[in-house]
Design a protein around this ligand. Structure first.
Ligand code: C2E
Ligand code: CA
Ligand code: CA
Length: 579
């Protein structure tokens, strides 16, 4: 019953002689032939089929042809094939199939539907011609598209389809699919040292070794020079990946010399990482690069939750950059006073985001996403510029108050900070540079003391003073404090806030006051929420203060009214008289 492609319509099996001939053809054909019923169940296979695939007849009877992993290669979907069959009763296409040992081969598939006298499909004749048995030119053409020439493994092209197929299987039957990107460590070095030929030998030996570790439906593909991808279906735990790497580390003998290689493995698991096939493969590669970064010769599993978080951060950063350009950022100003005499000595500029949906956001809600990115410096410069513009406006209105600006550590150490600051100052020639003060975190300055000192010294040449912020949190040594060119020490608000109830915090405030006095540096207490705080600080010898008890941070426009009202705050004004 060989395919009869000449006439259209149904082939009707007629007399007994024809039947005999057909049976002989079926048994003696070179091509592998499957007879299936109308519902795609295998009724019979010929010896050529058993020989080609290694399956025994009993194993496949009753199964659908998909049992050998038949996959269309030409980009057609199974649905399209089926439609072609409906129209024409026959179809011919390139496929890949899996032999009984799980190896994948390319083949030409032709399907022919046979109808009975009533026009109903009685059965189907499926012919599978191994591309390897075709003329060598044709075979080459067929193989090259889907298989790697050196190792004979599926290439990226075929792998993409195999991933697709495996994901479908997981969706239908449950289970997991691990897509593992495998990259030999320092392969280039081996290649350079031993030559390309040995390199190629190593690759094929390596491929051979790894494919022996696979079982069942697992696939090994070669996607590039020393890059391989494994599709694993039965992973039980991380121990499987350890074992794989351990097996890879065993010496490989090539031309009498024993070579040791290791590999880095990146793994993405479906369906816990529920994405499209190409994205799954990209995630596996991403994880593999991470394994390389972490020191090679190890595996790294892609974490979809972490990835989502990073993407959210990225989106938030983009949104913040747009907010900066779209004038949604604002500066609020919090007054700083001398409790002895009640004089206002300056204001601290604190950034806010007037978010159209989320309302007024505090810096804690958006500054962290800028850390370590170029946006950190851009935002820092925006703040300096806005503060300088405000200084100019207040000067024009007859108010000459120093403005303190917070500088992030990375911004201060960004290399050309002093030059950029000089340029910004040059943009507002009427603003004396002594009215701009910079606050630097104690922890920041300690991170790279020499670089911090250098940047601070160059800013001081421009006439800029520094305050050291959140003092007490960074465990600075005394020697270090003496070195820093700071003109003000700000005692961290967390100690000040609780100093009245927590003896430890009180002890820290006392010792900071003591140190600042010893080194003859002015100090300012942050977080002064009540008059009781104020009195306690004064009795310790700290007179400068900032906090909710004096004023909350406010928009620039509210400052003139606050300055006037402050004169009438008799309780605070009376502090210096020992009230
Ligand atoms: P910081 O420099 O220590 O600023 C003082 C923070 O304490 C401000 O919070 C202020 O609103 C708050 N505060 C002031 N007085 C009191 C008080 O009596 N009690 C309490 N509980 N809190 C008080 P904010 O505005 O949320 O800023 C938080 C931090 O964000 C700042 O801490 C600073 O490190 C950072 N930041 C703010 N603006 C900027 C900026 O423009 N650039 C940089 N790099 N960082 C900034
Ligand atoms: Ca500050
Ligand atoms: Ca602070």
């Amino acid at each position: 019953m060989q395919e009869n492609g000449q006439d259209s319509g149904a082939v009707v099996m007629a007399d007994a002689a024809a039947g005999e001939h057909a049976a002989a053809a079926f048994h003696q054909a070179n091509e592998a032939i499957i007879i299936a019923d109308a519902r795609d169940r295998i009724l019979d296979i010929n010896p050529a089929f058993a020989e080609l695939t290694g399956y025994r007849r009993e194993e496949v009877l009753g199964q659908p042809p998909e049992a050998f992993g038949l996959q269309c290669l030409a980009g057609e979907r199974p649905l399209q094939l089926w439609q072609a069959l409906q129209v024409d009763d026959r179809v011919k296409t390139e496929v890949s199939y899996r032999d009984c040992r799980g190896r994948i081969h390319p083949a030409l598939l032709s399907v022919r539907r046979v109808r009975d006298a009533a026009g109903e499909v009685s059965h189907q004749v499926i012919v599978l011609a191994d591309l390897a048995s075709l003329t060598s030119a044709g075979r080459q053409a067929g193989r090259e598209v889907y298989f790697d020439g050196l190792t004979g493994l599926p290439n990226l092209h075929l792998l993409t389809q195999l991933i697709h197929e495996s994901m479908q299987q997981v969706r239908q039957q449950g289970g997991k699919l691990a897509v593992c990107a495998l990259d030999i460590d320092h392969f280039k070095r081996i290649n350079d040292r031993l030559g390309r030929e040995v390199g190629d030998l190593l690759l094929s030996t390596f491929a051979h070794r790894v494919s022996h570790l696979l079982s069942g439906d697992d696939v090994l593909a070669r996607t590039g020079g020393d890059e391989f991808v494994l599709l694993l279906h039965d992973i039980e735990g991380d121990g499987d990946f350890e074992q794989l790497l351990e097996a890879i580390r065993q010496p490989i003998v090539i031309e009498g010399q024993s070579l040791r290689v290791s590999a880095s493995l990146g793994i993405a698991v479906y369906p816990s990482d529920e994405v499209e096939g190409d994205v799954l493969l990209r995630h596996a590669n991403q994880a593999m690069y991470r394994a390389k970064q972490r020191g090679r010769n190890l595996y790294h599993v892609f974490d979809p939750g972490l990835d989502r978080q990073l993407r959210l951060r990225q989106e938030r950063r983009q949104r913040l950059a747009a907010a900066m350009a779209g004038q949604e950022l604002r500066l609020h100003y919090q007054p700083q006073v001398d409790m002895l005499g009640g004089r206002v000595i300056g204001v601290e500029a604190l950034v806010r985001w007037q978010h159209p949906e989320e309302g007024l956001l505090a810096p804690g809600a958006f500054l962290p996403v800028t850390e370590g990115t170029s946006l950190e410096v851009e935002l820092g410069e925006w703040v300096i510029e806005a503060a300088l513009r405000q200084l100019q406006a207040w000067l024009d209105a007859g108010i000459a108050l120093p403005v303190h600006v917070n500088i992030s550590p990375a911004h201060l150490l960004s290399g050309n900070f002093p030059e950029r600051l000089g340029n910004l100052l040059a943009g507002v020639p009427e603003v004396p540079s002594r009215l701009l003060k910079l606050e630097v975190l104690e922890t920041a300055a300690m991170h790279d003391i020499q670089a911090a000192l250098e940047a601070m010294r160059r800013c001081k040449v421009l006439g800029i003073d520094f305050a050291i912020d959140d003092f007490g949190t960074g465990f600075s040594s005394l020697t270090y404090l003496r070195q820093l060119p700071v003109d003000l020490i700000k005692i961290d608000q967390s100690f000040v806030r609780d100093m009245l109830t927590d003896p430890d915090d009180m002890a820290i405030v006392e010792s900071v006051v003591y140190m600042a006095n010893r080194f003859k540096r002015p100090m300012l207490a942050e977080g002064v929420e009540t008059l009781d705080h104020a009195r306690a600080l004064l009795s310790l010898g700290c007179t400068l203060a900032q906090g909710y008890g004096i004023a909350r941070p406010m928009p620039a426009g509210e400052l003139p009214d606050w300055l006037e009202a402050w004169q009438g705050r008799h309780d605070w004004q009376a502090l210096s008289r020992g009230a």
